[in-house]
Design a protein around this ligand. Structure first.
Ligand code: GLA
Length: 723
């Protein structure tokens, strides 16, 4: 059970796994004392002595360097010389803020975050600390929650201008975590288009290190996540601490190792393209950040995040619910289709048991390539003479659901929308637009743009009767400026965009609760906890090559559970790499997430089509285990020839094990892989071989995995506990 204990000036947030302790210093400065495995109690004097702070209560900010104090929500300029979490410009031009605790409240319910995605508050204990800067009248409400069922604490800050003059918020991070030492490795997930979320681990060094995005979205190049792991920590052993931001726009995630060898983690909206005007009485809310602690390795940290998102963040109506096996038309037809061609693909898909047919890009305006028509969300009758209604009906007549692609946040310069509303795009007056993929970005911060998007998406869903919408977003932001904001507020544009996008997602997912929304951004360039509050799954990458996908899916699962990853079997030679891999291996890898196809089954031979039928049946039969079981990574694909993972059901009666070998090795013994998460006292039958092994021997001795010859070989085993 989560609880918050108060002992004088010490606040202790804990559950049966973790403790998070902070303390009010004399004068009201907030110190951070501990985040780690659960403690019974903590004597603050012990930790404060390290920072040279007298235990007798004679602490003063004047003489005692704040630079040594571990802090909760620091600002720069008044003694703490490390990076701060908050910078606010006062009317006198100064940037210093000195927040002192005024009030502490244990809340009955976790407050909602106005207009932002955030964890739901069921099964948590919540604390609000109110701090004030006497000089400016700025008030900061620091909201914390600790959960019954996961080793996590979430935080966000609400800034209120209770002064009489306008203030300008220039940096408002969501999280600061001061840790007493620097004996950690830093883990981040850098990447690129088609190479999203590579696991990068390196020792912390003195000074600043981290990742950020200024691309308008959380991005393929960086993920709003930062973790520390003890140098000896493995997947199953040692301490790890992760921080993830529930936000989909520009962010900064940084670790700073101080001159004293202490580590400060900071996470929040990137300040370089941000500021926020606060008139007297106005407020600003930071996105929520989640902190997870594991004493059981990096896998324990990942599991902590998976549990947090599954129990408290992902759309409830999709949790533990089967996802339809889908076939997406993109790699099957690209822009080159008409209704007959789509129906032929859909028919072949239906014959394989596919449950949902998705029409990707190219159905609207006069879009035959990517140079035109974004914004003109009316059907191209030349391609689809029966309209969306007609095609939707014909697909449903095949016994499948119909799904559709849209990219609603964008506009093509060649579009009726652009011609009617040129000022709806992000732009800087007088400067040439920078297009990317021949498109411009709509200014989602504007209410009229939001209303337009809600209208066209609603009309499209209604007309097509679609049960699924792929929501795409395919470019980085440039020319970031809004025609709706005065010059001195232009730096609010990117965050206002995100608030507008979230408002739209809120309206649409409420209006169409039964529609399955799948996020996408040139593949996985906006794969973050912010989007996952609205959409239960996101297209993991445009790279569908089975071997590349090993790394992409492994990196994504560092933070996000299997059910959130869209994973499809595609044709060979693979369209991104040119590589040919066996159908079985493409299948084994795509089973790692929400399963589907990205090919034209009509182009397969009879034998392959028969395999597809068996695959769809297998994917369905195993899907609750695959999507919602506990995921264990047994062997990482990074730097290794073999990758192995497994999913184990909550009651440990079932498991699904997958091994993929990149390159065949001559004259080698078959791999012996030690499994995890089974019940040591039960016996498990390997369905595919009929053999029975003890859970203990599978975990301690291992499972021998004979792979066939050839590169990119895979093996998938179902394990069932014997009665
Ligand atoms: C993006 C997506 C693809 C596809 C295309 C369509 O690149 O990631 O899956 O939908 O757009 O233009």
């Amino acid at each position: 059970m989560a609880e918050i204990l108060r002992d004088g000036s010490v606040f202790h947030l804990r559950n049966d796994q973790i403790s998070y302790v902070l303390c009010e210093m004399p004068g009201g400065v907030l110190a951070h004392l501990y985040f780690g495995a659960r403690l019974e109690r903590l004597n603050a004097a012990n930790l404060l002595r390290r920072a040279d702070i007298p235990a007798d209560g004679s602490f003063t900010v004047q003489e005692c360097a704040l630079d040594r104090l571990p802090r909760e929500y620091p600002s720069f300029g008044l003694g703490d010389l490390r990076e701060g979490a908050l910078t606010v410009q006062a009317p006198d031009g100064s940037q210093a803020v000195d927040l002192r605790l005024e009030r502490a409240e244990l809340l009955d319910a976790k407050p909602a975050l106005e207009g932002l995605p955030a964890t739901r508050g069921e099964g948590c204990a919540a604390l609000r600390l109110t701090l004030r800067d006497a000089h400016t009248g700025l008030v900061a409400l620091l909201d914390y929650a600790v959960y019954d069922d996961c080793p996590a604490v979430t935080r966000s800050a609400k800034l209120v201008n209770e002064g009489s003059a306008p203030l300008n918020v220039e940096r408002a991070y969501s999280l600061c975590l001061d840790l007493p030492d620097d004996g950690w490795d830093l883990i981040t997930l850098p990447g690129a288009w088609a190479r999203e979320r590579t696991v990068c681990r390196r020792p912390l060094v003195a000074g600043h290190q981290g990742v950020s995005s200024r691309r308008g979205a959380s991005s393929a190049q960086a993920s709003p996540f930062i973790a520390l792991a003890r140098p000896h920590a493995t997947q199953t052993q040692g301490e790890a601490i992760g921080a993830a931001l529930i936000y989909s726009g520009n962010f900064m995630a940084e670790a700073e190792v101080s001159q004293f060898g202490a580590t400060r983690l900071l996470l929040g909206i990137d300040e370089r393209d941000f500021s926020w005007e606060l008139q007297p009485g106005e407020s600003f809310r930071t996105p929520e950040a989640a902190l997870v602690y594991s004493g059981r390795g990096i896998g324990g940290m990942s599991y902590g995040f998976h549990r947090l998102w599954e129990s408290h963040l992902l759309p409830k109506r999709w949790m533990n619910r089967p996802r339809p096996v889908l076939l997406n038309s993109w790699e099957a037809a690209y822009f080159d289709f008409d209704a007959d061609k789509l129906l032929a693909i859909a028919k072949a898909a239906a014959a394989s048991g596919v449950e949902l047919f998705v029409m990707d890009d190219g159905w609207f305006g006069h879009r035959d390539d990517d140079t035109t028509s974004l914004g003109d969300w009316y059907v191209n009758r030349r391609k689809l003479p029966g309209g969306l209604e007609g095609l939707g009906e014909q697909v449903r007549a095949l016994g499948m659901q119909f799904g559709i692609w849209m990219e609603p946040e964008m506009v093509s310069p060649d579009s009726d929308l652009y011609r009617a509303h040129p000022d709806w795009r992000l732009h800087i007056p007088g400067r040439e637009d920078i297009t990317a993929r021949h498109q411009l970005v709509l200014d989602m911060g504007r209410r009229e743009v939001q209303d337009f998007v809600v209208k066209v998406v609603s009309e499209t869903l209604r007309a097509s009767g679609a049960a699924y919408l792929k929501w795409d977003m395919n470019r980085n932001f440039t020319n970031i400026g809004s025609a709706a904001l005065p010059a001195h507020r232009q730096r609010e544009t990117a965050h206002r965009y995100m608030l507008g996008l979230y408002a739209v997602m809120e309206r649409l997912t409420a209006a169409f609760p039964e529609v399955l929304f799948e996020g996408c951004a040139s593949g996985g360039a906006r794969f973050d906890a912010g989007m996952l509050y609205y959409v239960p799954q996101i297209w993991c990458s445009d790279n569908t090559d089975a071997l590349c996908r090993l790394e992409i899916q492994r990196g994504t699962e560092m933070v996000f559970p299997a059910s959130t990853m869209g994973c499809h079997v595609s044709a060979v030679p693979n369209h991104q790499t040119g590589r040919v891999t066996p159908l079985e291996t493409r299948f084994a890898v795509a089973l790692g997430g929400s399963f589907g196809y990205e090919l034209d089954p009509a182009r397969l031979d009879d034998g392959e089509r028969a395999k597809l039928r068996a695959q769809v049946a297998f994917a369905n039969e195993t899907q609750l285990l695959r999507l919602y079981g506990r995921r264990y990574w047994l062997q990482s694909p990074f730097g290794e020839n073999d990758a192995a993972w497994m999913s184990v059901s909550g009651d440990r009666s079932e498991a699904l094990f997958t091994l993929v070998r990149r390159m065949a090795r001559p004259n080698a013994m078959p791999p012996l892989v030690r499994l995890q998460g089974l019940d040591a006292d039960r016996r498990y039958r390997v369905v595919e071989t009929g053999e029975v092994f003890g859970g203990d021997e599978l975990m301690l001795s291992g499972l021998c995995c004979p792979l066939g010859n050839g590169d990119a070989a895979a093996l998938v085993y179902r394990l069932r506990a014997e009665a």
